[in-house]
Design a binder for this molecule. Sequence first.
Ligand SMILES: Cc1ncc(C[n+]2csc(CCOP(=O)(O)OP(=O)(O)O)c2C)c(N)n1
Ligand SMILES: [Mg+2]
Length: 328
Amino acid sequence: MVVIRRIDAEATALQRQGELALWPPLLGQEASQIGSARALRDDDFVFPSYRDNGVAYCRGVNPEDIVKAWRGNALAGWDPYTVNVATQQIIIGAQTLHATGYAMGIQNDGADSVAVAYFGDGATSEGDVNEALVFAASFQSPVVFFCQNNHWAISEPVRLQSHIQIADRAAGFGIPSMRVDGNDVLAVMAATRIAIDRARHGGGPTFIEAVTYRMGPHTTADDPTRYRDANELEDWAAKDPIARLKSLLERKGLLTEDLETAVAAKADAVAKALRAGTINMPEPQPMDIFKHVYSTPNSTLERQQDHYSRYLASFGDPAEAASEEGAR
Ligand SMILES: Cc1ncc(C[n+]2csc(CCOP(=O)(O)OP(=O)(O)O)c2C)c(N)n1
Ligand SMILES: [Mg+2]
């Protein structure tokens, strides 16, 4: 939790310094993400949203690969099959359909892994999510719907999103649900284990609502002071998931000075490597854009490619142009 908070802070700083185009902070949601991700088996498959960077890190995605797409250096930061984490979905809720389809595939294969979809409170109002819930319930597919209710969908408060608790929406689909304190890492882990266990043993889907709070802006392009009451932020700051775990460990006598130092050192080292890796990331080449459109040659695309390469050549060699400029 400390490490992902540090990654999040470093990525936010990198965006402010112009090194990333955009960043969606997860500050405040560390317990929801780590508690749930730690309950999964390696061969379970995660379908995350843009904000689930803690889940991605927990599953073994390299932090540099997490920021790569936000820098605009790649269309996707990692190969989903190496870590069993799909690339992050920006289309709100679409990943719940992918997870449900994958879960139906698990059933057809007779395997015992589980698909997990991560999405937000706002996503539960999307058609995609409702369709996914229908299919998962109809076929009793091994999928866990993990909803982080962080109280906001950009500037729309959850109280407007739904007049009942988000977890209660699942009942209409015949899907059992749990509402868990999303700032309590152990509670989140316990709830996720129950849901995963049920799915793995043929019990079908479960919907989890982890009640948490987005402490930062929606993304670095957002200014929450324009729509959010400062008192609300203060209330939630008092429920900080890391501070809560820290005080539990202290009370149990488990938090030693050595452990604290080691955790801080790990967070600093990861952040330092992330910064260096981001700044030194190889720039993508303009022609690379054509590589990922079709898997087989396509004559229309080849014509466009040829046209675009002649267009780029019309600028001459940038190095030569710079030295000519210098000479003038
Ligand atoms: C289909 C679709 N509609 C609208 C958007 C614009 N949009 C981006 S984030 C967002 C709010 C999502 O809120 P929530 O599901 O609560 O997730 P959070 O950002 O709070 O993690 C919206 C509407 C989008 N990306 N995709
Ligand atoms: Mg939200």
